[in-house]
Design a protein around this ligand. Structure first.
Ligand code: TXA
Ligand code: MG
Length: 323
């Protein structure tokens, strides 16, 4: 049985005993373990059915912990850390020799961030070690943004979900690596490109769909519902074309009427893109439970967080046969 609880001291006791605890963050829930515990880290990979070539993000409580994790900090990495931590930005930097190889999948770099959620910051501040935490979902499926989502996936596999409510940001952190001393975006996420460019100037994006990825968040199919999903610019037209099917609609701001629609979610009535991002994964979880033939998702205007939402929806549609 998994305990769902707000009890930080209970989470500390379990993590100290090399157990896994699902933790809330501002982005999505993570499946956390002590980075120095071989047993805990192995269990993370087993529980998620995650391939070992896919490295983990190290979560730390403050910038003071950074020199213990990384061996070099380029100037622009420092600017980004100062601007966005604690927050939804992950930096990939040369690793310190003390970081175990299983965390980094044998790479000489390590991904690190300070999450911005009061409960997880309290937890990290009280632990003697950082936490490795991938998103708390089976590899390739929709990320969890509530304690209940985690429990639905991992009932009985983990001892505890530390309940921090619904994740405020709702999409994973933006991941930035470095080529020489220049930042490169590896994964779009909850910190927008525009916000990043305001700090470090124009930035290269290597977020392409690839088969053998630098960051497996870049895998072509990821964040995916089981139901066939398509991403479209014109909802009404797509509904008309597919009106012989049982359709679920994921709309940006407007409710639609059509007899083929059997389930519909509007992400933000006021077209607030942060509100939409925070509701995105819960909407996909709900749509996926409705036994639909097809989910039709509406494409967002392609800037700011809209770009990150489109990225996730695009990956959710891969391998969905054309309909
Ligand atoms: O918001 C988030 O980042 C959440 C919360 C829990 O912090 N975590 C998360 O972790 O999304 P995960 O494991 O689902 O995604 C981490 C991504 C993977 O695509 C992984 O390949 C990439 O980070 N990554 C980790 N270490 C890396 C490294 N050394 N070089 C390149 N990519 C790396
Ligand atoms: Mg993930």
């Amino acid at each position: 049985m998994t305990i769902i609880s707000k009890d930080v001291s209970k989470a500390i006791a379990l993590l100290n005993a090399n157990e896994l605890v699902a933790i809330p963050t501002e982005t999505v829930y993570g499946l956390a373990g002590n980075i120095f515990s071989e047993k805990a880290i192995q269990r993370i990979f087993e529980t998620k059915k995650r391939p070992f070539f896919n490295p983990l993000i190290v979560h730390i409580p403050s910038v003071e912990s950074l020199p213990a994790i990384v061996s070099y900090i380029p100037e622009k990495a420092q600017y980004l850390a100062d601007a966005f931590w604690p927050g939804p930005l992950t930096l990939v930097l040369p690793k310190n020799s003390t970081i175990p190889d299983v965390i980094t999948a044998g790479k000489n770099t390590v991904a690190v961030r300070i999450p911005n959620h009061p409960i997880v910051l309290e937890l990290l501040n009280q632990l003697d070690f950082p936490l490795a935490a991938p998103s708390a979902n089976p590899f390739g499926s929709i990320s969890p943004t509530t304690a209940q989502h985690v429990n639905n996936y991992f009932k009985n596999d983990i001892k505890m979900v530390l309940d921090g409510g619904s994740c405020q940001r709702g999409i994973e952190s933006t991941i930035i690596g470095f080529e020489g001393d220049e930042p490169v975006i590896y994964r779009l996420g909850s910190t927008s490109i525009e916000a990043i460019e305001a700090v470090v100037g124009s930035i290269k994006i290597k977020n392409k769909k690839v088969i053998a990825p630098d960051a497996p968040g870049m895998l072509e199919r990821h964040y995916a519902p089981k139901t066939k999903t398509i991403l479209v610019d014109n909802l009404s037209e797509a509904i008309k074309i597919n009106s012989d099917k049982k359709i679920g609609v994921l709309a940006i701001s407007q409710l639609l009427e059509h007899k083929a629609i059997s389930f519909q979610i509007v992400l933000s009535k006021s077209t607030d893109v942060q509100e939409a991002a925070s509701k995105l994964y819960d909407a996909l979880h709900q749509l996926d439970k409705q036994n639909l033939d097809l989910i039709i998702a509406e494409r967002f205007p392609d800037f700011g967080l809209g770009k990150s939402i489109n990225d996730r929806l695009q990956r959710a549609t891969v391998n969905s046969k054309s309909v």
